[in-house]
Write a protein that binds this ligand. Sequence first.
Ligand code: HAM
Length: 417
Amino acid sequence: MIQKPRGTIDILPGESEVWQWVEKTIKETADLYGYSEIRLPTFESSELYKRGVGETSDVVQKEMYSFEDNDRRSITLRPEGTAGVVRSVIENSLATGVMPLSLYYLISCFRYEKPEAGRSREFYQFGVEQFGAQNPAADANVISLGYDIFKNLGLNVSLEINSIGCRHCRPKYHKALHDYFDNCREDLCDTCLDRLNKNPLRILDCKSPVCSALAEKAPKTVDYLCPECAAHMEELKKYLDAAGIKYTVNPKIVRGLDYYQRTVFEFISEDIGSKSTICGGGRYDGLVEELGGPKLSGIGFAMGLTRVMLALKATDKLPEISNSPALYIASMGDNARLKSFEMSLALKKHGINASFDQVGRSLKAQMKYADKTGARFSCVLGDSELEAGKATLKNMSTGESQEIDIADVENIAKLVK
Ligand code: HAM
């Protein structure tokens, strides 16, 4: 038997309705903040991610699904959404209209990672990107959108923020980090030894117990910020306070992708076992230029929907969603089945999910089926019902019944709504 590839999931009926509810809740919240949807290719040229996400990130170094296509072009399945959105903003000159430009996306992403709970090789993200607003108010507004989404989904999250400075102050911080870790280089894991010269910031992300213990005492970004970056961070805090959004400053948050500057933040789920980042984001003011576009600031986040689903399950917050028919029209004989088909179509025009026998079952088997599908009402059509133009409508849970006029679809729709 052929099985699905490792690290992928099948979203089956029963669960897909919950995904749809999550996506609807998220979209409605994004609408309130004035965001528009953008839909982009699932694969892009590998160059985009190398330059956009950054050569020293784990994503580019070890996790990309890259291949050569038949024209020998290097193609990569998107590992995240930001680089593609920036590419599209530049390619379609989207930054020439009304600013700020506020975009959202619902996408699947691909990373070659070790699969475990909440970590898969194909996973789903809801993300937002906002361009052309540099004021800390924009940082707070983007964070507030994420915060509202979790509130509307009924999930408990905590917010951690940090600033990793800009291209002016970061070199000083890099040097301090390099000097600190260089002093204990014999304790670093092989990956971090390599990171030491390329990008010491990445060492702060290392999961190995020895490196993360060393990271605890490492110099902190906030102590190396230039006055502009420090002021940006202080303003952001003011805005978050005004929004009533609680946060902690966590100097260890540096994010795993190379494009960030100044504000970085993560929402941590309190519901999924160990501390788990359910959403991460930050400001990336140099990225549009880096990818060949105009000087344009950017900020955004992405939340992992697989982790959202895990959190909903863990808290028992899954909404009751059913796709059960409102009415099952049982039939006896070919004429009655034809009529039940016509009735089901007419009821759909009134927004009613009505189903009928498509299999040719006995009446007993049809009623069993109606019960299994959770139909709320049923009626039976036979030759005598067709002749009289009347049938009996039965409430499946109370057993109450009443006569209906088969031709009066509008009334039937009202009764079963
Ligand atoms: P990221 O932190 O790489 O950021 O991913 C965002 C979220 O996607 C994570 O917090 C996590 O919930 C989820 N996620 C990441 N990898 C996996 C995986 N292997 N399995 C399941 N879920 C996963 C970005 O992708 C940035 N593009 C976010 C951003 C947008 N920054 C600015 N704008």
